[in-house]
Design a protein around this ligand. Structure first.
Ligand SMILES: Cc1cc2nc3c(=O)[nH]c(=O)nc-3n(C[C@H](O)[C@H](O)[C@H](O)COP(=O)(O)OP(=O)(O)OC[C@H]3O[C@@H](n4cnc5c(N)ncnc54)[C@H](O)[C@@H]3O)c2cc1C
Length: 425
């Protein structure tokens, strides 16, 4: 792929899809994004996205909005049970929200104006055409050996079918990727054994002491068998000053997949049972109340206040799953690629998902510039995915006290790294 494809179809219009869309459009390709969600200005899940070096580099090169999209650096602090500050770690992170990053990327991709980016950057000489087609669910993919193009079939909201062809198709359709399934790519998938309860509270809705406690830190509160991560994030607009942000919390909780409690929490206010996530607004208040009552007396005063201040309508719960494609991300003679969560969907503990998406995109830039072969990109993407998969699992199982799994994952990680180093040597 050292030359730029004339036409690109991207399946999935979230962060990985948009980053690749911006990248190919800026290099002159005509890009169509097909996104199943019908809304244009999609709402955030209101949880934080960590900003790593690849996201930063991507935005430095391709973001022309001039909008600040990440927080100033925040440090990491450990709390243990009721002890508020047992250790400071040398991990410094920048945070943003999905909604803000989505708006910045949309402004760069197809000039969508929003409250976050009221004046999107104009199209530049050399840009390709960019179209974001919402409400299109991809259902089929066709490429015969020797074909110059790939066909993609989709269905719109009225059930009308359509198809498009392109020189390159990118599957950026997340952890349950349809493209990955259509390609029959071998994938390890599974439930981690724990769920994540999540929520946000405006800083102004907690006491000044609690707001100050959470203000400049990512705070990890360990209890031995469960753990919490809390940090400030902007809303869907570039607002980073204290008092205007949201305090985001994530609470990992062991729960057997086949338990009656799992069935109970996955049932929403209308009695519908969800497969993975009960979205905010649909969690049954009694399920949240029971969860809260279990732990609130065991945690620090600021965390207890934060959890109690979260309105049940702002709480959501999701099963923590992972999916790791075991094949190369390159298919159909290089005409179909898998990127982002569609290739490897990590558990959220290291907050590396968006970073991986940016890393995939910057790797393709190197291929285009002739600094790397496509095979090399694919190999490195597989190593990156496997390493992050194991490292995320390590942090997760440590946090929720699954000691046997921790031991097993440490061994897997060590074996993987030794093999990797032997191959390099
Ligand atoms: C609305 C939304 C909000 C999110 N908020 C957060 C957050 O606050 N914090 C966080 O850590 N992570 C969040 N995530 C997940 C986060 O974006 C990803 O884990 C990470 O950025 C990698 O993104 P991705 O684009 O690879 O996958 P995803 O973000 O999962 O995006 C996949 C996209 O593909 C679309 N799609 C799936 N199947 C099809 C199909 N057949 N046809 C067409 N489109 C399809 C989905 O609707 C989705 O937009 C959010 C994802 C979404 C979609």
């Amino acid at each position: 792929m050292t030359s730029t494809p004339r036409s690109v179809i991207i399946v999935g219009g979230s962060l990985a899809g948009l980053m690749h869309g911006v990248y190919f459009k800026r290099h002159g390709s005509d890009v169509v994004i097909l996104e199943q969600d019908p809304s244009e200005l999609r709402s955030s899940h209101q949880a934080g996205i960590a900003f790593g070096p690849a996201v930063e580099e991507f935005l430095r090169k391709y973001d022309h909005t001039g909008v600040q999209s990440r927080s100033p650096p925040i440090a990491t602090r450990l709390a243990y049970r009721k002890r508020k500050d047992i250790k400071r770690l040398s991990i410094v992170r920048h945070e943003t929200s999905w909604g803000l990053l989505y708006r910045v990327l949309r402004a760069n991709f197809d000039g969508l104006a929003s409250d976050a980016v009221p004046n999107p950057p104009p199209v530049r000489d050399g840009d390709g055409r960019a179209q974001y087609l919402a409400g299109r669910r991809v259902t089929g993919l066709e490429h015969n050996r020797g074909d110059q193009v790939v066909s993609v079939r989709f269905v719109d909201q009225d059930g009308k079918e359509g198809s498009l062809t392109a020189d390159l198709v990118i599957g950026a359709d997340g952890g349950n990727s349809t493209v990955r399934t259509l390609l029959q790519a071998p994938t390890i998938r599974g439930y981690s054994g724990y769920v994540a309860w999540r929520g946000t509270v405006p800083e102004k809705d907690v006491s000044p002491e609690t707001a100050r406690y959470f203000a400049d830190f990512s705070t990890l509160t360990l209890l031995g068998d469960t753990y919490f991560v809390c940090y400030p994030i902007p809303p869907d607009t570039p607002t980073f000053s204290p008092g205007t942000r949201l305090i985001n919390w994530v609470w990992y909780w062991n729960l057997a997949e086949s338990s009656s409690e799992m069935a109970d929490i996955l049932m929403d206010t209308a009695g519908r049972v969800h497969g993975t996530t009960v979205p905010a607004g649909l969690v049954r208040p009694e399920a949240w109340k029971r969860q809260l009552a279990r732990t609130v007396s065991r945690v620090t005063a600021p965390l207890a206040e934060l959890l109690s201040a979260t309105p049940p309508s702002a709480v959501f719960v999701t099963k923590v799953n992972d999916a790791l494609c075991e094949a190369s991300p390159v298919f159909c003679d290089g005409k179909v690629l898998l990127v982002g969560d569609a290739f490897a969907h990590f558990r959220p503990h290291l907050t590396m998902a968006t970073e991986q998406a940016a890393w995939h995109c910057l790797g393709l830039e190197k291929v285009r510039q002739g600094e790397m072969e496509m095979d090399q990109w694919a190999k490195e993407a597989r190593v990156y995915a496997k390493r992050m998969h194991l490292a995320s699992n390590l942090v997760g199982v440590f946090g929720v006290g699954r000691w046997w799994e921790l031991l097993k994952t440490v061994c897997q990680y060590v074996v993987f790294m030794v093999r990797l180093n032997l191959r390099k040597g």
